[in-house]
Design a protein around this ligand. Structure first.
Ligand SMILES: C[S@@+](CC[C@H](N)C(=O)[O-])C[C@H]1O[C@@H](n2cnc3c(N)ncnc32)[C@H](O)[C@@H]1O
Length: 265
């Protein structure tokens, strides 16, 4: 029986599950005496996520993805904003934050719930080609108006982006497939996690409850869409932002926004 939050499910008024953290969780980079625990501060993550380096790197990766409506919109957005605002352009999203996490943590394992066409995974994979990537998706057809072809397509996008590490992509509802996978792999912990799959209150709560106990100390969890799905805000606040294990940062001025948390204890 999982632990419960005091947050309520929309449909059933039942309590939502909460993460059950594990004793002996490893830290990013291992625990050698030479590798003392030094997670980035929230301000460091913000600076990297909003940097020109981040925007330029993401633009380069997005330009190399297979064409789609979403890819064209992203290219247009970055190029127009840089033209218009020049050196004053400041912006962050899940992609620039993933680049920042890759640069700051040098991750060796990345979990993404909601992979879709592999855009976010390609940014992380391009920035950190040896990082193992674990992805979970239902591959809902024509998600957000673009074809959602599935694992083989994503593997191709990752290779084109320059990723060379291990890739494991699991198909099905993350609410059941992720816990089943993790039960089989008690050894796996992640340096970086993106939660970007099911956008229902129950689905997101389940994804946090299942994934967060496997985030390493010093690791970073990223989500987006809080401005688009305001009903998900209480879950982020209740499960992550208000939990003393995490320091958090978010940018919600535009678009899908991004919220990120560094696990400091
Ligand atoms: C917003 S897209 C992910 C975008 C991706 N992270 C990126 O940056 O390109 C959401 C994805 O979640 C998947 N999804 C929706 N509900 C799901 C569920 N219950 N389990 C697993 N995947 C789900 C959809 O098929 C879709 O591909």
């Amino acid at each position: 029986m999982p632990a419960m939050t005091n947050l309520k499910s929309d449909d059933t008024s039942t309590a939502l599950p909460s993460p059950q953290y594990l004793a002996g969780t490893p830290q990013v980079g291992g625990s050698s005496l030479l590798d003392f625990f030094l997670p980035p501060t929230a301000a460091t993550l913000e600076a990297a996520s909003m940097s020109k380096d981040a925007a330029e790197f993401v633009m380069g990766v997005v330009a190399n993805l297979s064409p789609s409506e979403e890819q064209r919109m992203a290219e247009l957005f970055y190029a127009s904003a840089q033209d218009k605002f020049g050196k004053f352009f400041r912006h962050a999203d899940a992609l620039t934050t993933l680049w920042a996490a890759a640069i700051l943590l040098q991750p060796s394992s990345y979990l993404e719930i909601g992979v879709c066409r592999g855009r976010s995974a390609a940014v992380l994979g391009a920035a950190r080609p040896d990082c193992a990537i674990y992805g979970f998706d239902l591959w809902i057809e024509n998600y957000a108006g673009s074809p959602n072809p599935g694992p083989d397509f994503v593997r191709g996008e990752l290779r084109n982006a320059g990723h060379k590490g291990n890739v494991e992509l699991e198909s099905g509802d993350s609410r059941s497939v992720l816990p089943a996978f993790l039960e089989q792999r008690p050894d796996i912990f992640f340096d970086v996690i993106t939660i970007d799959g099911d956008k229902s209150v129950d689905g997101v709560a389940a994804d946090y409850a299942n994934a967060l106990p496997r985030l390493k100390l010093g690791g970073i969890v990223i989500t987006d869409d809080l401005p688009v799905f305001p009903e998900l805000r209480p879950i982020w606040n209740g499960v992550v932002a208000d939990d003393a294990r995490y320091v958090t940062w978010e940018f919600i001025d535009a678009g899908h926004g991004v919220a990120a948390a560094i696990r400091t204890r």
